[in-house]
Design a protein around this ligand. Sequence first.
Ligand code: ZN
Length: 487
Amino acid sequence: MRLQSFGAACTVTGSMHLLTLDGGRRVLIDCGLFQGGGDMEARNHQTYPFDPADLDAVILTHAHLDHVGRLPLLVNRGYRGPVYCTPPTAALAETVLLDSARLQVEGYRQALRRARRQGREDDVLPPLYDEEDVHRALALLRPVLEFGQTATVAGLRVTPGRAGHILGSAYLLLECNDGRLIMSGDLGNRESGLQLDFTPPPPADAVVIETTYANRSHRAWPETLAEFRDALRQSVRANGKILIPSFAIERSQTILHTLKQLMDSGEVPRIPVFLDSPMAARATHAYFEFGDELIPEVRDALRAGGDPFAPSTLHVVLTGDESQRINRYDGPAIILAGNGMMTGGRIQHHLRHHLWKPGTSLIIVSYQSPLSLGGQIVAGADTVQIMGEDIAVRAQVHTIGGFSAHADQDDLLAFLETAGNPHVWLVHGEVPVMDAFLPELSARGLKGDIVPDRQEVDLLGGGFSGGRPPGLALDAAPTGVKVEAGE
Ligand SMILES: [Zn+2]
């Protein structure tokens, strides 16, 4: 049972893991896009040291872009086999990949226009894929994986378990003559969100586990809720616009549901709520379709014919013209728009219109990478560049961390508790974070190892001395960007 990772090894983005099993069968687990700009995104253009046509199957753990976003490219490069996933993952993957293709093509056109003016059009890389490629990839989806039910994929027994991260997210128990392996995918935060908690995994010989937040504890959900409510109340008193940058999948639905609860209970006044994200509106359909997957209060509201994602004052904004018109609306209102790190999307024009006004509030509910526009604002910048203009930051900025959809250290250790005595392999984390997690594993008598980038490892073999692959720099700095829900 050998593993070679072409993404999410010593970083948090671009998940793509090649498993080679007895008899030489090859199964790819996830096929995600690298996000975070510059060098990271350049990795999307790299070729693979294997022929995609030789793969026996692809399995997707969930629909975040950093887990599915290179699938159309894999198909472009010759893969024609089946792509297995849960039904909700297939529904969300369509929304995510079509949006990604649109951004790819728009980004390419923009870069080309700029490069032409500088006489450098030959330097511009073509888009990774377009809408047609996405449709070819979607045609390969086999949404037949159901939680707790064993399917046979390329001769391998595959049992998905509920991962509790986003709608449809699964971890995978993979069984063959070599042994029993668990691939965690991304695991959920048991405190927050719309998803049921992950189900305890069965014993396994090896676990490949994500470690995004393996060195920290999230704030308790009641505290997060109180923090969010207080930020909203204070913002309503300031009488300006309340901007909430939010990713389209999971975070937008969680925020809408929370706003509805706070308004229905009278804890927050019923001011207009604009959902300015056609992608979030589309993704919400999947939450209706697969409502039985969600926490009881949301599931029951859906069964009763209600809309748990619609505060009574909700306006869903679809066109760009309507989006511009929100800026002419007088008085306090909540505007939810993407993207979550403010690096693009409709949130940018709302920020340009309102960030310089002292009455505005910016409520941040997602992780902000230090280099992103959101990261600059969180770090206290006086002015920021938005759409080519310098804009003063005079708005009240509230940062609320507890909405994370990722497991924290306690969640990860709880997940491992029922897995027996497996060899634990760490992926989807920054090196300093994984370094901090290794002693926690040793303290529980578990052998832990960091999965190296692109280098094949024997999952049931001896691993590395101290858990670190030889040659991994001791001071390896964070490299990637965690993009939580547009990812
Ligand atoms: Zn994810």
